[in-house]
Design a protein around this ligand. Structure first.
Ligand SMILES: [Zn+2]
Length: 307
């Protein structure tokens, strides 16, 4: 048995896992963002409450990128852990092995092993949530890459400045990463809302835009048309580069099935391989893919240590 945690900027969700398919949620608590001792104590207390045996490992899925070389985490929204070698610090503090992994990577791993990617060799997990993220799993193994950034297709100055039919002119919006024109600025829920505001001067939630599109609203239809071009281009490039056989999509927009079907058709029309079956598909791990991915990592680590 292992403990796993899904750590976001606002809440920490704790669970115990006997297998990736057998996860018992223990509950969630607000994230201590400014006090590392409180952060570590919270994990320790959850582990004690769950009755985890001494020495059994814990794994964290976290909104931050871990440098595989140094173990240092970049987590701008949780300042008390930002820059720390978090796995090493927590291992010492909790007296047990602690693995730390990026939440998009955990999502990709969960989908590759337990979800829409099961049975596929190259799985690119794409997150269209508040923003845009992703992770790459090959033959069941997560590829983290230099700096831990493998799969991060959401950043880089690559979003088209003309998109849709007929083409709309678009600015290069600044991104939180410091660049401009990132897919992250247009591809997630906030990006969809930004596009709608730019094209029509209307403040609508991503849910309202998706519902409007499905209901035949002309403005929403135009926004979705432009969005599809903006997201399908870079995603098709990713598929060509990594040779993905399947792209499970998570995050809020991933739950809008007709939107993912439309994105799938657009991506398949842009890639070199002629795929006759769906390639870009809704994620299947509806419940806590971060916890499932973290559990997979820690259970493997435990098995490797015992071998
Ligand atoms: Zn960016």
């Amino acid at each position: 048995m292992i403990a796993c945690f899904d750590i976001g900027g606002s809440a920490i969700k704790a669970a115990l896992a006997r297998s990736p398919a057998d996860i018992e949620i223990l509950g969630d608590t607000p994230t201590p963002r400014h006090d590392f001792d409180a952060f570590a104590d919270l994990l320790d207390e959850a582990i004690a409450r769950g009755g985890l045996p001494d020495g059994a490992p814990a794994a964290l899925s976290i909104t931050g990128v871990v440098d595989p070389a140094s173990g240092a985490i970049k987590a701008a929204n949780i300042l008390c852990i930002d820059g720390r070698p978090l796995g090493a610090d927590l291992s010492r503090r909790l007296g047990r092995p602690v693995l730390v992994a990026n939440d998009a990577d955990c999502f990709a791993l969960a989908e590759a092993i337990e979800g829409a990617g099961a049975g596929h060799r190259v799985v690119f997990g794409a997150i269209l949530g508040t923003g845009v993220g992703g992770g790459l799993v090959i033959d069941g193994r997560l590829l983290q890459g230099a700096g831990g950034f493998a799969g991060e297709w959401g950043h880089g100055p690559i979003a088209a400045t003309r998109a849709g039919t007929p083409p709309a002119d678009l600015p290069r919006w600044p991104c939180g990463c410091g660049q401009t024109g990132c897919v992250d600025t247009v591809g997630g829920a906030r990006g969809l809302e930004r596009l709608h505001r730019h094209l029509h001067g209307l403040e609508r939630s991503s849910r309202e835009i998706a519902d409007g599109w499905l209901g035949g609203d002309a403005a929403a239809t135009r926004t979705i048309d432009v969005w599809t071009d903006l997201v399908a281009d870079p995603l098709a490039l990713v598929v060509n580069i990594v040779g993905a056989d399947v792209v499970p999509v998570g995050g809020g927009l991933g739950k809008v099935r007709p939107l993912i079907e439309r994105l799938d058709a657009a991506v398949r029309a842009r890639i070199l391989r002629r795929a006759s079956t769906p390639l870009v598909v809704p994620a299947q791990c509806r419940l806590e893919p971060g916890l499932i991915g973290a559990a997979i990592l820690a259970l493997r680590d435990n098995a490797d240590a015992a071998a």
